[in-house]
Design a protein around this ligand. Structure first.
Ligand code: SF4
Length: 356
């Protein structure tokens, strides 16, 4: 089946200060990201803070312009081109943000929020908008009497449902979900995830699901892309990744994911990565992960690994696919059960204001 979305070599660099006499400094927020998304597919994008997940979402939506690369939506280029053309294409791709309270105008009622895209894109006649808005609310499990409420009168879960209903108003083919449930209680998270799954079944839309919660994405994603310092380091089938990871960074991330099966959990050890995420302004030579990789060799410092296909998935590591790599038990002296790898490094925090 042909892809609904095709992203080729997408790059986003931000200037990062400097002065007239010094070298130009650049934040490498995204570097050469490529993937495809099939109709009805959920592709999860995971990685720690500062890896470029949210920049990717913003570049795909043209909320920020990419530095280079191509984004084809239904075969049409959307990474470049004027805003008029983009407006037509925007009907086909919508975004749901992490914080629905920030993304919904607090001065507007739910009806006004839902009728805005209907009006802007002339989806239906004016007298039909209220019925259409009620229909959208019904699709996300809310009653029509919510139409006259303001966002502050709704719970967090209800607000996120309204945000999803608003995204659905134009019948998009792709929805980008940028950490859509991370601000919600666990029980509400489950409701929203079930809703997204049901809508996918009913409408056949595709999702790009951005999250730092691997346990969550493994339950809903068909494929998973693991990002590190602006690049994809592993991309493959979600079920295959739960059985075996091929990149040492994916191994560390997955080792911190809770498993429901106690027998499987007994044999698992968490891997703690040494050091912080390097600054995307001063990228390490060779493999970007080498400063924290417990398996690094001389070649890792000298040569950049390419994203190569290995056993049906894409992996960016010189040793991917070699028998027994990475070792299932983790690196000696690096395994523990007390820490998470989802560190929020100082470098990541420094640049988040720029790249997020
Ligand atoms: Fe680690 Fe080397 Fe592979 Fe990079 S290329 S992930 S440093 S083993």
């Amino acid at each position: 089946m042909s892809a609904i979305l095709e992203v080729v070599d997408l790059t986003k660099h931000y200037p990062a200060g400097g002065n007239w006499f010094g070298p130009r400094r650049v934040v490498h927020a995204l570097d050469g990201v490529s993937f495809t998304l099939a109709p009805g597919e959920t592709l999860a994008v995971v990685g720690e803070s500062g890896c470029g997940k949210s920049t990717l979402a913003r570049c795909l939506m043209r909320l920020v312009d990419s530095t280079s690369g191509s984004v084809l939506l239904g075969g049409m280029e959307i990474a470049s081109g004027d805003q008029l053309r983009m407006r037509a294409l925007r009907r086909q791709m919508q975004i749901v943000f992490q914080d629905p309270y920030a993304s919904l105008n607090p001065r507007r009622t739910v009806f006004q929020l839902l009728s805005e895209p209907l009006r802007l894109h002339q989806v239906c006649a004016r007298h039909e908008r209220r019925a259409k808005a009620a229909e959208l609310l019904a699709a996300v499990g809310l009653r029509a009497d919510f139409l006259d409420r303001y966002p502050y009168e709704l719970s967090g879960g209800q607000r996120q449902r309204v945000a999803i209903a608003r995204a659905l108003a134009l019948h998009p083919r792709v929805i980008i979900c940028d950490e859509p449930v991370s601000g919600l209680d666990v029980s509400v998270q489950a409701q929203v995830i079930n809703l997204l799954r049901r809508l996918q079944g009913d409408e056949g839309m595709s999702y790009i699901f951005i999250s730092h919660d691997l346990g969550l994405v493994l339950r809903i994603a068909h494929r998973v892309a693991v990002m590190y310092l602006g690049q994809i380091v592993e991309l493959g089938d979600a079920k295959a990744l739960t059985r075996r990871v091929m990149h040492p960074y994916s191994q560390a991330l997955f080792s911190a994911t809770p498993v429901a099966d106690p027998s499987a959990a007994a044999g698992r050890r968490r891997i703690v990565l040494s050091g912080d995420l390097p600054s995307p302004i001063d990228l390490p030579a060779g493999c970007r992960f080498h400063m924290r990789c417990p398996y690094r060799q001389d070649i890792c410092v000298q040569r950049k690994p390419e994203l190569n296909e290995v056993e049906g998935r894409l992996v960016r590591c010189h040793f991917a696919g070699e028998p027994g790599f990475p070792p299932a038990a983790g690196p000696n002296g690096h395994a523990t059960t007390t820490h998470s790898t989802a560190t929020d490094s100082a470098a990541a925090r420094d640049v988040r204001a720029t790249v997020a």
